[in-house]
Design a protein around this ligand. Structure first.
Ligand SMILES: *[C@@H]1O[C@H](CO)[C@@H](O)[C@H](O)[C@H]1NC(C)=O
Ligand SMILES: *[C@@H]1O[C@H](CO)[C@@H](O)[C@H](O)[C@H]1NC(C)=O
Ligand SMILES: *[C@@H]1O[C@H](CO)[C@@H](O)[C@H](O)[C@H]1NC(C)=O
Ligand SMILES: *[C@@H]1O[C@H](CO)[C@@H](O)[C@H](O)[C@H]1NC(C)=O
Ligand SMILES: *[C@@H]1O[C@H](CO)[C@@H](O)[C@H](O)[C@H]1NC(C)=O
Ligand SMILES: *[C@@H]1O[C@H](CO)[C@@H](O)[C@H](O)[C@H]1NC(C)=O
Ligand SMILES: *[C@@H]1O[C@H](CO)[C@@H](O)[C@H](O)[C@H]1NC(C)=O
Length: 332
């Protein structure tokens, strides 16, 4: 079977330098060739031959009418790719880019290239599974068309910039699996719309979860494996439509008894915290709960009977202070 990747190389053989009509914008072509040069001619970009139409090159897409470069998608499924070094400044000189992706490039190093903040048409920015380091730049807040920002599985450090809440169209923010420190910004309670899904797990975030998050209604929240303290009840509330909340493995300490859960919840993971009180009866009304874990807390009292709460194993409830009742042993 001929793979797409191989096809890219075959097309090189059949394109003659004299007989082709070029669709690609010459400015974009110049920039792409500069990017290739800055990366020192990696094998992944071997199809970027100056004698051919750059709209035909591997890893790029042109707009069907204007033929400007709208996507640059550089990713590798093989671990031994020789694409290495920092993201070149020239990436910021493709003004019509809507999607930029660097994915699974373990030798991609250095900071998030500052010129990326000039790509104001970007809707999707993914830099994930690389070795980029340094801070998440405040200037990404200039990318007002961004819908998806995914900087997960890198080596980023420093605080989460509060300016990201200014992104009015953001649907999903992924900063999980880095080395980010400091608090979740207060400003995250003022995201436009209902607020993006917030996936911030596996960092070293600390301090309280801002009370302002009561005002947003993200579809998914994953704050697990950080060092967050205190209350998490603002993530819930009867009026929200959140489907997934994972705040497991933090230092959260609050009374669960009076929390009102949205009936939209599909998955709730609170394990390994310091949560007190009882499991509220209201949870029996959450009809589509598929995942549930309150283990390793300091909960007490009888597990309410009904809804889906008896569908979960003992290990969803074990290691609490004095929880009892099905699926745990009866209360006396
Ligand atoms: C990557 O490999 C290609 C072909 O194998 C070679 O031409 C190129 O110089 C290499 N680039 C780097 C940065 O090692
Ligand atoms: C962004 O573009 C402007 C105008 O083209 C330029 O002056 C500025 O230096 C660029 N900023 C970065 C960070 O590249
Ligand atoms: C990531 O980059 C650091 C230097 O910034 C280097 O020490 C480390 O070996 C790199 N890791 C990988 C997997 O390339
Ligand atoms: C992250 O960067 C540090 C140095 O800045 C380096 O020692 C470490 O190996 C990097 N981690 C990964 C997973 O590459
Ligand atoms: C829920 O929404 C209703 C109507 O929109 C409103 O009256 C009520 O105050 C809200 N409750 C909370 C807890 O926000
Ligand atoms: C849990 O809370 C208790 C009482 O407030 C406190 O003594 C204990 O240190 C806390 N444990 C953790 C792991 O935070
Ligand atoms: C709940 O979490 C604990 C701790 O990580 C784990 O041991 C247990 O298997 C989990 N149970 C369920 C049902 O997810």
């Amino acid at each position: 079977m001929v793979t797409v990747f191989r096809l890219c190389f075959l097309t090189l053989l059949f394109f003659s330098p004299v007989a082709f009509s070029e669709l690609c914008n010459p400015e974009d072509k110049k920039v792409l060739l500069q990017i290739k040069k800055d990366f020192k001619n990696p094998y992944l970009l071997a199809s970027w031959n100056p004698d051919t139409d750059c709209c035909q090159w591997y890893c790029v897409e042109c707009h069907p009418q204007t033929h400007r470069i709208t996507s640059l998608l550089i990713s590798s499924s093989v671990p031994d790719t020789n694409l290495s070094g920092p993201i070149p400044p020239s990436v910021g000189h493709l003004p019509y880019l809507e999607t930029l992706r660097f994915h699974k490039l373990p030798k991609l190093t250095g900071p998030i290239q500052p010129t990326i903040a000039n790509l104001t048409k970007l809707k999707e920015l993914y830099i994930s599974w690389t070795n980029i380091s340094g801070p998440v730049p405040h200037s990404l807040a200039q990318l007002i068309n961004l819908q998806f920002l995914d900087l997960s599985f890198n080596n980023l450090s420093g605080p989460i910039p509060s300016s990201l809440s200014q992104l009015p169209n953001l649907l999903s923010l992924r900063l999980d699996r880095n080395k980010l420190t400091g608090p979740i910004p207060d400003s995250f309670g003022s995201f436009k719309r209902s607020g993006p899904s917030l996936l911030l797990s596996h960092n070293q975030l600390s301090g309280p979860i801002p009370a302002s998050l009561a005002h947003i209604d993200p579809q998914r929240i994953d704050f697990s494996r950080n060092k967050l303290e205190g209350d998490a009840s603002m993530l819930f509330g009867r009026n929200k439509t959140t489907q997934m909340v994972d705040v497991s493995r933090n230092l959260l300490a609050f009374d669960l008894s009076t929390v009102e859960f949205p009936t939209s919840l599909i998955s709730l993971d609170l394990n390994h915290n310091n949560i007190t009180g009882k499991i509220p009866v209201g949870l029996t009304a959450v009809g589509f709960l598929q995942g549930f874990n309150v283990s390793y807390n300091r909960l007490c009292g009888e597990i309410p009977q009904g809804g889906r709460l008896q569908k979960f194993d003992v290990d969803a409830y074990f290691h609490n202070k004095c929880l009892c009742g099905s699926p745990l042993p009866n209360c006396n």
